[in-house]
Design a protein around this ligand. Sequence first.
Ligand code: GLU
Length: 509
Amino acid sequence: MERRVRVRFAPSPTGPLHMGGVRTALYNYLFARRAGGDFILRIEDTDSNRFVEGAERYILDSLRWCGITIDEGVDEGGPHAPYRQSERKEIYLKYAMQLVESGNAYYAFDTPEELNALRAQMEAEGKTFAYDHTVREKLATSLSLSPEEVAERIARGDVWVIRFKMPVGEVVEMDDLIRGHISVNTSTLDDKVLYKSADSLPTYHLANIVDDHLMEISHVIRGEEWLPSLPLHYLLYRAFGWSDTQPEFAHLPLLLKPTGQGKLSKRDGDKMGFPVFPLFWTSPTGETARGYREDGYFPEAFVNMLALLGWNPGTEQEIFSMEELIAAFSLDRVGKSGARFNPDKTKWFNAQYMHTRTGEQLAEAYQKVMADHGVECSLEKSAQIAEFIKTRATFPADFWDLSSFLFIAPEEYDEKSVKKYWKEGSHALISTLREKLAAIDDFSNKNTEEICHSWIVENNIHMGHIMNAFRVAIVGQSKGFGMYEMCEVIGKEETLRRLDKALATLPQI
Ligand code: GLU
């Protein structure tokens, strides 16, 4: 029987979720939806030293903003609740003990101070310290101490950890859905800590494997930084006797800096002026990081861009809705090598989404931008203007520059524009145009354009000459959008008022 597809996104709440993490969540989500399976959110918060207040909320808010919906998780609940590892504390010790009993793990009593001293001593000898098969029998572990001593140390409350007993000289054969077959000799690997008595918590490795098993995860799709842990994870499944049902693995390529050299970091964003986090973040100590949402990106554009950062559809198509991504996504089109982040392309995606939105869809964003500049505008008017200017905008913030002059009549006329466009004959032309417009009642752009255009053509008037002078008179400089559209927005009265003022102020030539 085909196994039900169940994937999980398992972030640790150690800070804001990097866009690489959002991509991991997205690929898991697309994979699950495509297969009609389940997308699970599990919070891996067993490392209390790295816990950051507010990070979990941030992760959940980010996924919601992206339109990534969760089937089972900390807010949703589900058959395997709880989904926060700190609330599953009691589960893990039993599994760690099971490994000790089967000879796959052992107690180690070394204190951090002892380990640090050992590390320093080996470094002084020019060697690097690894807690592995070469030292485990020489240190204070249940492999070297008598069972009585081990029992006594535990009974008297000594601090202990349980470490995985890495086999010696065995080759682990692994398969990754993106990287193919991988084999690693276990002699190169150390004995990872699985459980710590100090805080009665498992480490990532143990909790991750136990939970993936209990939650019946079918596929683990995660960042490449976890690839080195894969042999240990294979061996843990085997040690528990779960190899038959262990998930399949897919390790996603890194997101690279725009230069293509090295991993994309917050510092790159700060230096080059782009966000690397989905939402604005304020840390408990007050540090902040910019977010795509607050920078004016549409979530659909952000998701579209991220989806193509490491995956390709095999066609020329670049614009994908979430539904289209679900229909097209497959892991075999995820690349092996790092995906270079391109900030300009990211803006391009936003512009595409801006251009295909309707004026109504943009009205609220428009209204807000204007309000932020102290200009009130009705939703209806906002929709009308947004429709006219959207193809010139990339971000909502651009709306101000593209249309503020509709609300603020020119006080002065830009000298350069006047020199260039208010030429011999301009005054007479604009006076006549004023009279033409004064006679029109229906000020819709289609109507004014039709009437003025036929008059211009019939009278052999130079189109560039009149339109440029018209623009200078209405806007005060050579910017803006369609003349008749602008007149429709400001209305007949204001159009005539601006023309009168220009005729009175600009040279009578
Ligand atoms: N908690 C790990 C992380 O923060 C999850 C890794 C995994 O998916 O196995 O990335």
